[in-house]
Design a protein around this ligand. Structure first.
Ligand SMILES: Nc1ncnc2c1ncn2[C@@H]1O[C@H](COP(=O)(O)OP(=O)(O)OP(=O)(O)O)[C@@H](O)[C@H]1O
Ligand SMILES: [Mg+2]
Length: 260
């Protein structure tokens, strides 16, 4: 039986679930390099959506447009019901307090301890959160979620790659965001550590019911974590479906993603 794969059209919300992210017809160019050519995506509440695309296809560019770090040339990017391009700096900051972002490669501040790295987003959003000075309980809870409470006073240089990734995950979670964006959460990690990170992502998903957008090359990660996978090919959302639907496809452009 041919899999039910949708080509180049966003999925209709199942049962009218709330849309946490809505990208429509996104274009982004850098000079002659037309990276995104009409990309669309919908993320529903509580969902785990994986975006796969080869290196240089524009996955990080797309995520940067989502958090307002890059401006689209054309198209609409709505996050939690707000059109990003219409937001001023303070509104953008407020929106970002609802978003956890695990950057490609962890991106911890090397001159700060683990505790200070985790306190950083809390300080930025302290006013909104109404927090007093004592950030320790929040830092500890976030570190306990990733099994690293004992590393609270270490510097990033003292951590292994897997530990850094976990600290970055704890930092992305510390504000209990409604949305988490993961950019290559398992890249550069060995298979066992990758599995641990994927398990952590799953347990966080279950515990907090966060909606997740996961960018990955890692087929195992996509299989385990995704409810739905969207393939970014040549600047558009080429196909979307479940892991089983897509991995059984005989379309060569789709097959290429699932070959080991
Ligand atoms: N600030 C920028 N200025 C110019 N070109 C850029 C900029 N950011 C990204 N690009 C280009 O946009 C394209 C997509 O880059 P992007 O980082 O989104 O790729 P990616 O899909 O995330 O790849 P990877 O899997 O390697 O992380 C690349 O050709 C890159 O050179
Ligand atoms: Mg990238």
């Amino acid at each position: 039986m041919e899999p039910k794969i949708k080509h180049s059209s966003p999925v209709v919300p199942p049962g009218g679930r709330k849309e946490m992210i809505r990208i429509r017809d996104l274009h982004k160019r850098f000079g002659d390099n037309h990276v995104l050519k009409g990309f669309s995506l919908t993320l529903h509440e509580g969902e785990s959506l994986v975006v796969m695309g080869k290196s240089g296809s524009g996955k990080s560019v797309m995520i940067k447009c989502l958090v307002g770090l890059m401006e689209p040339d054309e198209g609409s990017v709505e996050v939690l019901g707000k059109e990003i391009s219409t937001l001023g700096q303070s509104e953008l900051d407020e929106l970002r307090s609802d978003i956890g972002f695990l950057f490609q490669g962890s991106a911890l501040y090397d001159s700060m301890t683990v505790r200070e790295n985790l306190e950083f987003p809390m300080r930025r959003h302290a006013q909104k959160l109404g927090l007093g000075k004592d950030t320790l309980p929040f830092v500890l809870e976030a570190l306990e979620n990733v099994g690293l409470a004992h590393a609270i006073d270490l510097m990033p240089v003292e951590l292994s790659g897997g530990m850094k990734r976990r600290v970055a995950l704890a930092r992305a979670l510390i504000l209990k965001p409604k949305l988490i964006f993961y950019d290559e959460p398992t890249s550069g990690l060995d298979p066992i550590t990758s599995k641990e990170i994927i398990e952590l992502m799953r347990s966080i998903q279950r515990k907090y019911g966060t909606s997740s957008l996961i960018i990955t090359h890692d087929v195992d990660c996509a299989r385990v974590i995704s409810e739905r996978i969207l393939l970014l090919v040549e600047g558009i959302n080429y196909a979307e479906g479940t892991y089983l639907e897509l991995s059984g496809s005989s379309d060569p452009k789709i097959e290429a993603f699932f070959k080991k």
